[in-house]
Design a protein around this ligand. Structure first.
Ligand code: LER
Ligand code: MN
Length: 272
């Protein structure tokens, strides 16, 4: 099982990431701690130098399993369910641009916060219709480019749209594209699912990516989740992807990243 940790390519208001700021320095530290990859949180792919980024990543022999896109919502307010068609269009175009970057670095594109929320005066049906429309356009682009998209169920305090894996599977089945799967995140599952293990087993091979944080969104080992059981269940599904640390930089990003990998290595699943 390979491990990665989330690194933002720019400053952001999003709190649950261990690394942001100096890209080169951060990538070098992540590699030195023993990680196999970095998950890149990219607000706008047009504002970063793809070649520079690739060079630094390759220099440290790291993979990029996934690209997080949520900052387009958190920092710019773009979403698939905004009542303004121009904002919805911009959100779709933004994800299309993430898809092109993902193709270059062989990564999965994450759709988490970019689905948006249900705005006042908008019915749930309308929001879901907009979401389906956007996902269909993005899935078509993903198929053309040979890129996979992972939709992430998020807890109820972030959005009323797709809180559980069952709702996630329903939406990807309605879109009906092989290139669309799920990203499960232990922090969100701990809030929304009856059993984290059952949820992982039910999701099976529809899981394209996996996020870990403990119950308090600190690094794994800092809360009360049973990662031994969670990761065993994940491996039993045949999951071959990365386990990616998306946690708060507490007590600071470097300590959190080091403690996470130390703790997860002790569970002895990383060799397989
Ligand atoms: C992103 O992966 C995530 O888990 C969310 O909490 C972002 O809003
Ligand atoms: Mn997540």
């Amino acid at each position: 099982m390979r491990l990665s940790v989330v690194l933002s390519t720019q400053e952001t208001g999003f709190k649950a990431l261990a690394f942001k700021g100096n890209f080169k320095k951060n990538v070098s530290r992540i590699a030195s701690y023993g990680y196999d990859g970095v998950e890149l949180a990219v607000r706008d792919p047009e504002l970063i130098d793809h070649n520079d980024i690739l060079e630094v990543i390759r220099e440290h022999r790291l993979s990029v399993p996934a690209i997080g896109t949520g900052q387009s919502w958190q920092d710019e307010g773009l979403s698939f369910t905004d009542p303004d068609p121009a904002v919805r269009r911009k959100a779709i175009e933004r994800i299309e641009s993430h898809i092109l970057l993902a193709k270059e670095i062989n990564a999965v594109v994450i759709i988490g916060s970019m689905r948006g929320v249900i705005r006042e005066g908008i019915s749930e049906k309308q929001a879901i219709d907009w979401l389906l429309e956007a996902l269909k356009i993005c899935a078509k682009k993903a198929v053309e480019q040979g890129v996979m998209i992972a939709v992430e169920p998020l807890n109820r305090y972030e959005t009323p749209l797709i809180n559980t894996a069952v709702q996630g599977i329903e939406i990807i089945e309605r879109v009906g594209s092989e290139n669309l799967g799920l990203l499960l995140d232990t922090f969100h599952m701990n809030i929304e699912e009856r059993s984290i293990e059952e949820c992982i087993s039910d999701c099976g091979d529809r899981m394209f990516h996996f996020h870990v944080a403990d119950s308090n969104r600190w690094y794994p080992g800092a809360g009360h989740l049973d990662f031994k059981s969670i990761l065993k269940t994940l491996l039993d599904t045949g999951y071959k992807g990365f386990v990616s640390g998306e946690f708060m930089p507490l007590p600071d990003g470097d300590t959190a990243a080091k403690r996470a990998i130390e703790y997860l290595k002790k569970l002895r699943y990383l060799e397989t």
